[in-house]
Design a protein around this ligand. Structure first.
Ligand code: GRF
Length: 211
C-alpha cells in the first residue's frame, strides 16, 4: 500500500492520557507551516490531563472519552472512532494514550493510527517499557513508533531510536532521556509521513512514497 505525497497541510488528531509532552512537541513543530501538519483535535481517555490543557492553551479542540462512561468497551470504541472521524484526520497519533484501540477504531482508520512506545519493540511492550528495560540490564533502550494493530505494542514498526543505558542511570533518568529521543523521533516521522507519504509491504514500513 502506498500513500502518495501531497503538498496540502495534513490533519492530525492526537490522543493522550497524561502530560502531553509529545503533543507539545507536535504543536511546536506544527506552528511552522513548512512542517505540513495541523493538529486538528486532541482527545483523552480521562479528565484533568495536562495534555488537554496544553491543547486548550494552543486553541486546539479537545474531547474526553472515558471508558467508564460507556456501557461497554465496544460503545466506547465506537464513540472514540465517531468523534475522531468528525475531524477527518489523515493520521491519528496515540502519544501516551493508555488504552488499547478496539476493532471499530482500527477499521475506521485502517493503517492510519500510530503509537509511540518507550522501548525498542518487540522488547518490553506494555506500560513499563523503561523500567523493564532498566531492570533487564540491557545497554540500549529507546523508543518505537509503530502502526497500531489489535495487539499490545505489536504493530508494524515505522521508526526506532536507541538510547544508551548509562552506568549511573536510574529508572527516572533513563525514562526522561528516552522521552527526549522519543519526542524528536515522533516529530520527525509524523512530519515525513504527512509530507512525503509512506509505503507498507508486509511488516516493512518505508517513509516516502514509492516512485
Ligand atoms: C511516552 O513516553 C509514551 O511512550 C509513554 O508515555 C509517555 C507519554 O508522555 N507511553 P507524554 O504524555 O507525551 O508526556
Amino acid at each position: 500500500m502506498t500513500h502518495e505525497r501531497s503538498h496540502s497541510p495534513k490533519r492530525v488528531v492526537v490522543l493522550l492520557s497524561g502530560s502531553g509532552s509529545n503533543l507539545q512537541a507536535l504543536l511546536d513543530a506544527a506552528s511552522d507551516p513548512d512542517y505540513g501538519v495541523e493538529v486538528v483535535a486532541v482527545g483523552a481517555d480521562r479528565g484533568g490531563t495536562y495534555g488537554v490543557k496544553r491543547a486548550e492553551r494552543a486553541g486546539v479542540p479537545t474531547f474526553v472519552r472515558r471508558l467508564r462512561d460507556f456501557d461497554d468497551r465496544q460503545e466506547w470504541d465506537r464513540s472514540l472512532a465517531d468523534t475522531i472521524a468528525d475531524y477527518e484526520p489523515d493520521l491519528v497519533v496515540s502519544a501516551g494514550f493508555l488504552k488499547l484501540f478496539g476493532p471499530i477504531m482500527l477499521n475506521t482508520f485502517p493503517g492510519r493510527v500510530v503509537n509511540t512506545h518507550n522501548s525498542l519493540l518487540p522488547a518490553f511492550p506494555g506500560m513499563h517499557g523503561p523500567r523493564d528495560a532498566f531492570n533487564s540490564g540491557v545497554k540500549l533502550a529507546g523508543a518505537t513508533l509503530f502502526f497500531c494493530d489489535p495487539g499490545v505494542d505489536t504493530g508494524a514498526i515505522i521508526a526506532q531510536v536507541a538510547v544508551p543505558v548509562l552506568d549511573d542511570d536510574s529508572v527516572e533518568t533513563l525514562t526522561e532521556r528516552i522521552k527526549e529521543a522519543e519526542r524528536d523521533q515522533l516529530v520527525e516521522c509524523v512530519g515525513r509521513m504527512m509530507r512525503d507519504g509512506w509505503t507498507v509491504e508486509g511488516r516493512r514500513v518505508r517513509l516516502g512514497a514509492s516512485s
